[in-house]
Write a protein that binds this ligand. Structure first.
Ligand code: HEM
Ligand code: HEM
Length: 187
C-alpha cells in the first residue's frame, strides 16, 4: 500500500542544486589537493608540469560550474529553512553568500595569476583560453598571495559550514543533510 511521503520528510534542495553542490565539492577538493602538492614538486619535472596544467584546467572547470551554480541558485526556490534561532539562519545565509563569492573569486585570481605570469592556458589540451591581461611580473607575487589567501578563506568557510552541518545532523538530529541528498524510497 502506498502511504505517500512520510509526514516528517524534510523539504529538499532541487536536484540541480544538489548535483552542482556535490560536483563542486569534488572538483574544488581535487583542484585544491593538486594545488597544495604541485608547488613542492621538483621544478621542471613532467609530474609538476602535468599537475599545474591539471590544476588550471580543473580550476577553470570549477569556475564555469560555479557560474552555472549561481545562475541556478538565483532562479530556483530554496526550501524553507530548518527550525532554529534567527541568528543561525542569518549566519547560514551569510556563510553561503560568502562561499559563493570566494568560490568565484578564487579561480578568477588563479586565472589572473596565470595571465600576469604570461603563461598559456590550455583547457585539458583541447581549448586555448584567453588571458585576463598582459604579462606583468611585478604583480605576480601580489596576485599569488591573493590566490593563496582566497584558498585559505574558502577552507575556513567550508570548515565552518561542515561544523554547522554536523551540529545539525548529529546533535540536533534534524536531518539537515538529507536536504542536500536525493530522496530514498521509504525515507
Ligand atoms: C577552485 C579553484 C582553485 C583552487 C581551490 C585553487 C587552489 C590552489 C592552491 C591550494 C594552491 C597552492 C598554494 C600554495 O600552497 O602555494 C594553488 C596554486 C596555484 N594556482 Fe590555484 N586554485 C584554483 C584555481 C586556479 C586556476 C583557475 C588557476 C589558473 C588558471 C590557478 C593557478 C594556480 C597557480 C599558477 C598556482 C601556483 C602558484 C605558485 O607556483 O606559486 N588556480 N591554487
Ligand atoms: C564538506 C562537505 C560538505 C557537506 C557535508 C555539505 C553539506 C551541505 C548541506 C547539508 C547543505 C544544505 C543546508 C541547508 O539546507 O540549509 C549545504 C548547502 C550549501 N553548501 Fe555545502 N556541504 C559541504 C561542502 C560544501 C562546499 C565545499 C561548498 C562550497 C565551496 C558548499 C557550499 C554550500 C552552499 C553555497 C550551500 C547553500 C545551497 C546552495 O546554494 O548550494 N558546501 N551543504
Amino acid at each position: 500500500m502506498d502511504r505517500g511521503p512520510a509526514p516528517t520528510a524534510p523539504p529538499r534542495w532541487p536536484a540541480p542544486v544538489q548535483l552542482l553542490h556535490w560536483l563542486g565539492l569534488v572538483l574544488i577538493a581535487a583542484t585544491a589537493v593538486i594545488g597544495l602538492l604541485m608547488v613542492d614538486m621538483e621544478r621542471g619535472s613532467d609530474l609538476r608540469k602535468l599537475s599545474y596544467s591539471l590544476h588550471k584546467s580543473l580550476g577553470m572547470t570549477a569556475l564555469a560550474l560555479g557560474v552555472l551554480r549561481l545562475a541556478v541558485r538565483l532562479v530556483v526556490r530554496a526550501p524553507a529553512p530548518v527550525a532554529g534561532p534567527a541568528w543561525q539562519r542569518r549566519a547560514a545565509h551569510a556563510t553561503h553568500a560568502l562561499m559563493y563569492l570566494v568560490l568565484l573569486a578564487l579561480p578568477v585570481s588563479g586565472w589572473l595569476l596565470n595571465s600576469v605570469a604570461g603563461q598559456p592556458l590550455p583547457w585539458f589540451g583541447l581549448l586555448q583560453l584567453p588571458a585576463l591581461g598582459g604579462r606583468n611580473p611585478e604583480l605576480r607575487q601580489l596576485v599569488d598571495s591573493f590566490h593563496v589567501g582566497l584558498f585559505w578563506t574558502l577552507a575556513a568557510l567550508v570548515a565552518l559550514h561542515l561544523a554547522a552541518v554536523l551540529q545539525h545532523q548529529l546533535l540536533r538530529r534534524d536531518g539537515l543533510l538529507w536536504r542536500m541528498l536525493p530522496r530514498r524510497r521509504g525515507r
